[in-house]
Each structure stands twice: as structure tokens, then as C-alpha cells.
Design a protein around this ligand. Structure first.
Ligand SMILES: *Cc1c(COP(=O)(O)O)cnc(C)c1O
Length: 270
């Protein structure tokens, strides 16, 4: 935190941090980290030289749907996605994809291990194979176990997510963002443009002259959040800039957002 790093993290720095206790390398998908840290392919190359798996935190990396396979294709061993963000499934669910043996080991971590070795239902897989000498005690995942409601809920949410028409969806987002931009084009001291984020979602970027419109960034963000309906934006308004993500807007709501923004941005300076 604080001052920016003087240079990006180098692959050798990851390599030199690996020791016999290293279980895995964590690689978060973060737009802000791009160019500041080691890319996934290079991280995988370093990790695999030492037989260490790479876990990708792709919680917020959907859409696009292609990201359900892209990180595995790039060499990652395990990839985790939030079930409660773009998948719109249960908030306490998530999706883990990747190497079968690692996923089995995750599953083992959340069993109730109050079992007898000779009758343990997983004995063929873990004991007869010689992988484990006996059933382990409750794993670290037991307190985080996934309920059957979450499992069924996530699978149910996955179907409509995969059935989306990505081209039509993008056109809808763009129309929402354009509607906001167009509704605000003639507010003096205000500029809007459309920028795509890493998910390929066209965001409206709103910049305004804080002094001229007599409205600080945080004041605008708070007023939007505290209004009815509450409007949540990207950023804290620093420097008179916010972004608006159309992802969860229903038809017609772009106009509502634009109207509220216009009200707030013109009333303080009037
Ligand atoms: C949201 C997020 C998480 C947490 O995911 P939940 O499904 O909310 O638990 C973890 N990592 C990153 C990078 C995220 O964006």
C-alpha cells in the first residue's frame, strides 16, 4: 500500500520464495495488478519447475464465459470462481475447477471424519490405494463446508449463465451505458465516456469538475448510495471520477441513474 512499487515483481522473486513447505502459489486475477506482477504463464512455468501447483483466484473473472476454461488452458492447476457474483448463484457458493487429484483433496478437507477405517465410504480411494495410512481428522475445510442447497443452487445458476447470448448481452450493456452518456452530455463541467473493463463490460466513466460543480467525489458517491433507489458506483469519487457498471441494470434503469446523477451534479452549483 502507499507508494507504488518501483518495478514489477520478477519471476525470480517467486522462484526464490519457494521452499519445501510451499504447498501452492496463489495467482489472483486482478486488473489493477496487470503489468505489476508476474503473468500467469510465467508463474506457472516457475511453479511447475518445482512441482508446485498454481491456484488462480478467478472469483470476479466472469464474464466472459471463456474464462471458465482459459486459466486451465494457460496451465493453472486449480481455479476458483465466486458463485455469488456474475454467476448469480448462492452467495456462499463457489466453483472449483482443475486437477482431479487436487479437487479430491479439497473434498477430503470438508468430510466429517468421525469414521471407522474399515467402513469409511472413501476407503477404496484413499486407503486401499495407499495414498493415506488412515482417515485423517476433520480437515480445515470442515468449518467451510458447502451445503447441498448451495450445490444445487450453483448448478441451477450455471445453466442460464452458460446459455447467455454474449453478443446480445454486450449490446444491451452498451445500450445502457450509451443511454447514461447521452442523458448527461449537456451538463456543463461534466464529461462521460465509455471504457471496457477486463470482463469486456462497457462502463460509463463520469468525470466532473469538483470545484465548478461544487460537489466532491465522495459526496456524490454517498448521495447516490443513500438515495432511493440506492445506486452503487465504481470507485470512491476521488478526483471527481466514478464508473458505472451496467451489469446489473434492468431495462429502463439507466435513465433512472442518469436522472439522479444530473440532479445531484446540477443542484449543488445552481
Ligand atoms: C469477490 C472475491 C473473492 C471472494 O469471493 P466470494 O464468493 O465473495 O467469497 C475472492 N477473491 C477475489 C479476487 C474476489 O473478487
Amino acid at each position: 500500500m502507499g507508494s507504488p512499487a518501483p518495478r514489477p515483481v520478477q519471476p525470480w522473486e517467486i522462484e526464490s520464495a519457494i521452499n519445501p513447505h510451499t504447498a501452492a502459489i496463489y495467482w489472483p486475477v486482478m486488473e489493477e495488478a496487470e503489468g505489476k506482477t508476474v503473468g500467469l504463464a510465467e508463474t506457472v512455468a516457475v511453479a511447475h519447475r518445482h512441482a508446485v501447483p498454481v491456484i488462480v483466484d478467478a472469483s470476479a473473472a466472469l464474464p466472459p464465459t471463456g474464462n471458465l476454461r482459459a486459466f486451465i488452458a494457460a496451465g493453472a492447476d486449480l481455479v476458483a470462481y465466486s458463485g455469488g457474483k456474475a454467476l448469480r448463484g448462492p452467495q456462499a457458493s463457489g466453483l472449483l475447477t482443475g486437477r482431479r487429484d487436487l479437487i479430491q483433496s479439497v473434498a477430503l478437507q470438508h468430510q466429517d471424519m468421525d469414521v471407522h477405517p474399515v467402513t469409511w465410504s472413501l476407503r477404496a480411494q484413499w486407503l486401499d490405494t495407499g495414498i493415506l495410512p488412515g482417515p485423517p481428522l476433520q480437515g480445515i475445510g470442515r468449518s467451510l463446508k458447502v451445503g447441498k442447497e448451495e450445490i444445487v443452487g450453483l448448478l441451477t445458476a450455471l445453466r442460464p449463465f452458460l446459455a447467455r447470448d454474449e453478443v446480445a448481452e454486450h449490446a444491451d450493456w452498451l445500450a445502457q451505458s450509451r443511454a447514461i452518456t447521452e442523458a448527461l452530455f449537456n451538463v456543463p463541467g461534466l464529461q462521460c465516456d465509455i471504457v471496457e473493463n477486463a470482463q469486456g463490460i462497457p462502463l460509463t466513466r463520469v468525470k466532473w469538475d469538483e470545484a465548478r460543480l461544487r460537489l466532491h467525489g465522495a459526496e456524490l458517491v454517498n448521495a447516490l448510495a443513500e438515495g432511493d433507489p440506492s445506486i452503487g458506483v465504481g470507485g470512491d469519487g476521488a478526483g471527481g471520477m466514478i464508473t458505472l457498471n451496467p451489469f446489473s441494470l434492468a431495462p429502463g434503469q439507466a435513465q433512472l441513474v442518469a436522472q439522479r446523477l444530473r440532479e445531484l451534479l446540477t443542484s449543488a452549483s445552481a
